[in-house]
Design a protein around this ligand. Structure first.
Ligand code: ZN
Length: 337
């Protein structure tokens, strides 16, 4: 994988990355401290890809863009890649401001709507269940606890969405973008490929530096999200090495097929470490965290680590490489099959 020699855009500016494509870079108040948004010129106006996190910074940034490079432009719509707050958070705000159509997929919208409308106590309960299932002790749950960063605090009231499916086409001034949808980091994530011009807007699925977190499916504990993601990583290699990849985090790159191969290797390595441990004894999700991560996990990162560890164990379970049992408390124990 090679980083492309393109300077990241500054606050209130857009960087042109193709004849009809632009890149914006918004800061985030997290360890992952920024998100990339993209905009394209289309015959109907500008099509926005992702909206940013609900925050004062995002509002200021959008205002700066709308009063700067986007001043008196016509807008065609907003495409939201997935339900995570740093992507969908400002969709409602933008829709109100620009009165434009919003597009996403059915499962991403379902997840966003469910979390956005969930009462606080139910939200906390879901997180607690995740921790119990993983085998976290009661003391740790109380101490480290679901430091529940409520979804609704980071996502504006959702706008109306038009549902799109894999294969949907968006035409820009100089290209044709085909929507692909995949499960892994989220349930039905959108990425956009312009095959002809070899441009790929990869969302959060193909990132150059970090391995996209494989999240929990709170609604189906046996959903093999890692299996789905490995399928994506195999399929996406068809973009080859020349395609320029524009991800929602970090920097644009090429040799995306090699990056996909490296990510497969990374997950297979983690799977083999867990299998090795299962050969010795049964383990919980919490046990497996120290097996697959070679760094100490802080409280803020714990939820992601649990999701990631759990995805690997579920994959082994669903594919018959391990089996599982739930104890009385609700903790799942995984063992050699
Ligand atoms: Zn995400």
């Amino acid at each position: 994988m090679t980083k492309l020699d393109i300077n990241k855009p500054k606050f209130g500016e857009l960087t042109k990355i193709a004849s009809d494509l632009y890149w914006a870079h918004f800061e985030l108040p997290f360890r992952l401290n920024h998100v990339n948004l993209f905009l394209m010129d289309t015959p109907e106006g500008i099509l926005i890809l992702d909206a940013g996190l609900k925050s004062e910074h995002s509002e200021e940034h959008w205002e700066a863009l709308l009063n700067g490079p986007l001043k008196s432009k016509k807008f065609a719509g907003i495409v939201i890649t997935h339900y995570h707050p740093d992507h969908i958070g400002m969709a409602g705000w933008l829709q109100k401001k620009l009165n434009i159509k919003c597009y996403t997929t059915e499962k991403e919208l379902f997840t966003a709507k469910t979390f956005r409308s969930m009462p606080d106590d139910e939200y906390a309960k879901i997180f607690k269940n995740v921790f119990v299932r993983a085998g976290m002790s009661e003391e740790d749950i109380i101490a480290k606890g679901p430091a529940t960063r409520l979804y609704k605090n980071r996502v504006y009231e959702l706008p109306e969405f038009e549902i799109i499916k894999a294969g949907h086409e968006f035409n820009s001034n100089d290209g044709k973008w085909i929507v692909r949808t995949d499960s892994g980091h989220s349930p039905e994530h959108i990425s956009l490929l312009d095959k002809e011009r070899k441009l790929y807007l990869s969302g959060d699925f193909l990132l150059p530096r970090i391995s996209p977190n494989i999240s929990d499916n709170f609604f189906d504990p046996l959903d093999d999200r890692l299996g789905e993601y490995l399928k994506y990583l195999n399929e996406i290699q068809e973009i080859g090495s020349e395609t320029r990849v524009f991800p929602c985090h970090d920097w644009p790159f090429d040799e995306g097929a090699q990056r996909a191969k490296d990510l497969i290797k990374h997950h297979n390595h983690r799977l083999s470490l867990i299998i090795e441990a299962l050969n010795k004894k049964s383990i919980t999700i919490m046990d497996s965290i120290s097996i697959i991560f070679d760094r100490k996990i802080g409280d803020e990162q714990m939820h992601f680590a649990i999701g990631e560890a759990r995805a690997h164990l579920i994959h082994l379970d669903v594919t018959g490489q391990a089996k599982s049992e739930m104890d009385e408390r609700g903790t799942v124990h995984y063992m050699k099959n």
